[in-house]
Design a protein around this ligand. Structure first.
Ligand SMILES: [Zn+2]
Length: 219
């Protein structure tokens, strides 16, 4: 697994062609059907009456070697779930990530200050990847300074998006690519990133492959 010539999709909600290395985003209610996955409680899917059970289920799933990461999890200020509860559930997942030495895949909407505060307060040591990054340069620089990794997806297909503008300032050892829930292929995302970064696709594959080994296969 994980030869330098593979495309690597670090966050997808649907499994595609088998020659691509995919980290499938698995909801905790599902049993394993992907070779590699992340498991987590998305803020949208917090079940207010059953958070204890949800967290217990998550910890059981983390015992599998297939579970490379916890996520997507995080904070979302555009939904009705109270932000305090979101923060509590997020922190519990961060504790599990530290305990089981798992990478964290972050969903963050309008809550980057909180994310940075929590990361600092908890003195996290496990890698944290902000997925679907499509925010401005100031936020990118703050996340970089705090040691975060970035994953870019469909926003790279739009010429003037924040993602397309910001990807060039991300050091190559902090970079990942993903399809998420988009109706596109990881090949298209690599192609868009190659064009913006002025890199051969083969070079980009080697870069992402090295990052994947460092960040996901570290234990
Ligand atoms: Zn997603």
């Amino acid at each position: 697994m994980n030869s330098d010539s593979n495309y690597i999709d670090i966050h997808t909600h649907s499994l595609k062609k088998s020659e691509t290395i995919q980290v499938y985003n698995q909801p905790i209610e599902e049993t394993f059907h992907a070779n590699l996955c992340s498991v987590g409680i998305h803020p949208w899917h917090i079940d207010i009456a059953n958070t204890k059970q949800q967290l217990e289920k998550l910890e059981t799933l983390l015992e599998s070697k297939k579970a490379l990461a916890i996520g997507e999890c995080g904070l979302d200020k555009l939904i009705d779930v109270p932000i305090q509860l979101q923060e509590t559930i997020f922190k519990e997942q961060l504790r599990l990530a530290e305990k089981h030495k798992k990478t964290i895949i972050i969903h963050c909407v309008r809550a980057f200050d909180d994310l940075l505060r929590i990361r600092k307060e908890m003195k996290l040591t496990v890698p944290m990847i902000v997925h679907g990054f499509n925010n401005n340069k100031e936020i990118a620089l703050q996340l970089l300074k705090s040691g975060c990794y970035f994953s870019f997806g469909k926003a790279l297909l739009i010429k003037d998006s924040n993602a397309s503008q910001v990807i060039s300032i991300i050091p190559s050892d902090r970079l990942f690519l993903e399809t998420d829930d988009a109706d596109t292929t990881i090949e298209n995302i690599y192609s868009a990133a190659s064009n913006i970064l002025n890199l051969e696709t083969e070079t980009l594959k080697k870069i992402i492959s090295a990052n994947f080994k460092n960040v996901f296969l570290h234990s």
